[in-house]
Design a protein around this ligand. Structure first.
Ligand SMILES: CC(C)(COP(=O)(O)OP(=O)(O)OC[C@H]1O[C@@H](n2cnc3c(N)ncnc32)[C@H](O)[C@@H]1OP(=O)(O)O)[C@@H](O)C(=O)NCCC(=O)NCCS
Length: 181
């Protein structure tokens, strides 16, 4: 398996595969921002937004490949506020249903950490459906569970669910020097 970083052009070029990943996740019940049915136009619109964010420098987009097939993806949303340059939100960790439990997500998250460190982002955080299988993954990767927000979002079938918030500290900042890069 290989993990690569996609630039805006790469995101546009691989939109059909990215769309398929997102639609597969929604079809299999993942709470990733959408409800069923996730139509092509809506999925493509989402990836266009991601491509724009990548182009603007506020988003890192990673892709996992097996035999030249896109089997997973994850994003780092880099906080661009002047006082938030230490944090990045992990978004849309998606592994195709046919490629799960083979370490794809683990490899993507390791690559995301490398990118975060390179960009001096010491705090990674994310939300995920409380009680979902993803929680076991984040615990195994060393994330800390902060707590839950009740009825935060709905499953693709429209059932309200709590969301769990997780974080991981990659390195500790000098408290006296908050403006350092
Ligand atoms: C959650 C998800 C990203 C995991 O991807 P993956 O490639 O299967 O994960 P890995 O193979 O790297 O898993 C590593 C470990 O995490 C844990 N884990 C992963 N998925 C799990 C699940 N569904 N249930 C319980 N534990 C799980 C296990 O400890 C696993 O090790 P093991 O397979 O040796 O038991 C994938 O199931 C997925 O895309 N789900 C839909 C979208 C989603 O929920 N994304 C995350 C929240 S936004």
């Amino acid at each position: 398996m290989q993990v690569t970083m996609l630039d805006a052009g790469g995101a546009a070029k691989h939109t059909p595969q990215l769309r398929a990943l997102l639609q597969d996740a929604v079809a299999h019940g993942a709470s990733v921002g959408f409800v069923k049915p996730l139509l092509d136009a809506a999925a493509d619109g989402y990836w266009r937004e991601v491509s724009g964010a990548v182009a603007s420098g506020s988003r890192i987009l990673l892709a996992a490949w097996q035999d030249n097939v896109l089997v997973g993806t994850v994003q780092l949303d880099l906080c661009m506020k002047p006082n938030g340059r230490n944090r990045a939100e992990v978004q849309k960790l998606l592994v195709h249903s046919g490629a799960r439990r083979g370490g794809v997500a683990t490899n993507l998250m390791a690559a995301a950490e490398i990118q975060a460190l390179a960009l001096c982002r010491g705090l990674l955080f994310l939300d995920t459906e409380a009680g979902s299988g993803a929680e076991a993954l984040y615990a195994r990767l060393g994330y800390t569970r902060v707590g839950e927000l009740p009825e935060y979002c709905a499953t693709p079938d429209g059932a309200w669910r709590a969301t769990a918030i997780w974080y991981k500290t990659l390195f500790v900042r000098d408290a006296a020097n908050a403006t350092a890069a």
